[in-house]
Design a protein. Sequence first.
Length: 397
Amino acid sequence: MKNITCIDDLRVLARRRVPRAFFDYADSGSYNEETLRANRADLEAIKLRQRVLVDVSERTLATTIIGQKVSAPFALAPVGLCGMQHGNGEILSAQAANAAGIPFTLSTMSICSIEDVAEATGQPFWFQLYVIRDRDFSKDILSRAVAAKCSALVLTVDLQVLGQRHRDIKNGMTVPPEIRLKNIIDVATKPAWAWSILNGKRKTFGNLAGHVKGMDNVNSLAQWIGTQFDPALSWKDVEWIKKIWPGKLILKGILDADDAKTAVKLGADAIVVSNHGGRQLDGAASSISMLPKIAEAVGSDTEVLFDGGIRTGADIMRALALGARACLIGRAYIYGLGAAGEAGVAKAIDILKKELDVAMALTGTNRIAEIDGRVLVGGEVKKKAARAKLKSKTTQG
Ligand SMILES: Cc1cc2nc3c(=O)[nH]c(=O)nc-3n(C[C@H](O)[C@H](O)[C@H](O)COP(=O)(O)O)c2cc1C
């Protein structure tokens, strides 16, 4: 780990350790990957404003997200199949997040189940829901999340149909991997991965297995997933979820100011400005380019979270400067998980924290609440909006 100095190093290591089908699953975007690339390019185009001779000896990354105290302004995003990057991947990631003092989000499409993670960590985590056609399943899984004391529900709204990822098809990406000669050879050259998977608690979708009628084997489960995402999902379903979920509700996958306003009207505690990491609508705008307008439309009653393309602490600062209260981290921690399990996730979190801390120092910032348009080149023009945001942030803690 000594020579791992940035998220890209973790990516290189993950590529070596994880079978190609699963590495590509994490790394890819949909179709031509235009949006995947735009997420990164548009973040990098935003320039930070270097300031000097400001006393920055009292820096802290601590803040709150939906009222929860956190050690840094980011959480681990929901990511399907963590347990295929490394055995027990969801438990290990949750443990790393807990140790670091940031929230972990468990995906509906996880390998370890809600109960597995709750039992292994003994600490609350966020649960992400895909509403599928079988509404009874949704109701049931929400009761399980309540029983496991999940502290927030992240309702993902940008996956009514699945954006195609070419590499998944070409690689025969199934759970477990399709038996093709090249997959067998690939796995045979990744013994540490194979060992961790063999010793993992589960080999299939832990939240679904045993909870879906007539679905006893992996292949039929995979088929079930392909057919069960619901194209009829609508704002009415959000109202329904709001009624049956007793805790905080976060709507993830908002990329339009009008949709953000509707989410606010329906009482979302937070929204995540997101294009699913460039995995859904290819050709959609980058998340960061849509953030300022959405943040302005939402005002201060609903928290604005952000994801898409974050690979450095400077990226987190960029998102906060443009109106996000905090970020979700996707691939950045998944590369860590694939590279080295729990230690890799911890490393990813640590890298992002340290980079953000240095970015704060060199922009003359001591507190997260001070990060606004003024840390950006040309950001002074946003001063008025920034001041209003700072006021609301300060009152929120
Ligand atoms: C491999 C992978 C699987 C994902 N699975 C889910 C999921 O199950 N549920 C969900 O809401 N988002 C899922 N996402 C999207 C992430 O939550 C997040 O929006 C995205 O990764 C952010 O972009 P980034 O990876 O560039 O940080 C997934 C992303 C990746 C890379």
